[in-house]
Write a protein that binds this ligand. Sequence first.
Ligand code: NAP
Length: 300
Amino acid sequence: MTDIIIIGAGPAGMTAAIYARRASKSVLVLEAMSYGGQIINTPDIENYPVAAHISGFEFAQNVYNQAKALGAEFKFEKAVEIRDSGDTKTVVTPKNEYEAKAVIIATGSENRKLGVADEDKLVGRGVSYCATCDGAFFRKKAVAVVGGGNTALEDALYLADIAEKVYLIHRRDRFRGEDATVEKLKQRENVEFVYNSVVTKLNADKKLESVEVTDKQGNVRTLEVSGLFVAVGRIPENQNFASVIELDGAGYAVAAENCRTKTPGVFVAGDNRVKDVRQLVTATADGAVAATEAVKYINS
Ligand code: NAP
C-alpha cells in the first residue's frame, strides 16, 4: 500500500508530492494526460516569486524533476473513482486499482466551451483552446480570442506577436484579468477590443472563415478570422469523486484552507477546490498544505 496517492500532476499535485516525499511518505502520482496541468499553456509566468520570467512548460518540468528526484512515482493513468474503506482508500483507474492511506485530489479543471453551434466540429479547423499550442498555425492571419480573464489576456498578447490581427472579444467592458496585461495589450496596434459582445455564430466551409459577434444592443458584426481561441474559464474536474467529496453548485470541491474534505484521509488541492484566488502560487500553496495535512492524518 502507498502512503499517499496524488491524483493530478499539475503544480498543486506535484508540490504535494515534494512535501509528502520530504516527510518520508511513499507517493504515487496518477495523471491522466501529461504532467504540468494547465500552466504548461502559459508562455510567460511573471507573478511567481523567484523567477521574473519563466515559461509554464519550464516551470512544470522543473517541479516534475524535483518531485521525481525526491522519489515520487508517476503513472499516467486516469483515476475514475475513489473507494473509501476507512483506513484504506482505493483509487480506481481503467487498468488498475491502487490502495493508499490517504488521497489528495489535485485534478484542476478543464476548458469551458462557448456552447456555440459547430464549436466541437471546428476544433483543429480554426477553433482552439490553447494559444501556445496552436498559435503558430495562424502566423500573419487574423484571429479572435474570447474571454476576459488572465488566460484570454495572455493569449491575446501571445497571439499579437504571431498573427496579423487579434480581436479580443469580451462580454463586458471591464476585464476580470490583470490591469497590467490589459495595459500591454492597449499598446499593441494589431489588437482590437470588442467589448460587450458574445460570439453567436461560427462561419466555416471546411475551416473557420469568420465569426459573428452580437453586442448588448443586438447589433451583429462579422469578424473575418481563421482562428478562434476560446478562453472563457474552466470547469473543475471533480465529478468522478463526488461520492467522497462535497461539491458546490459550480462543481468545486468543498474544503477549508486545510484542504480536508468531508471524508477523513481525502484531501483536495488546487484549482478544483472552492477558493477566491486561483493562481499558480495558490495552487502550489494548496499542494504544500494538503500534503502536510495528509502526513498528519497518517501519523495520527
Ligand atoms: P476566468 O478568470 O474564470 O475568466 C473567464 C472569462 O471568460 C471571464 O472574463 C468571463 O466573463 C468569460 N466567460 C465565461 N463564460 C463565458 C461565455 N460563455 N461566453 C463569453 N465569455 C465567458 O478564467 P481564466 O482566464 O481561464 O483563468 C482561470 C484562473 O487562472 C483565474 O484565476 C486566473 O487568474 C488564473 N490564471 C492566472 C494566470 C497567471 O497567474 N499568469 C494565467 C492564466 C490564468 P466575466 O468576466 O463576465 O465573468
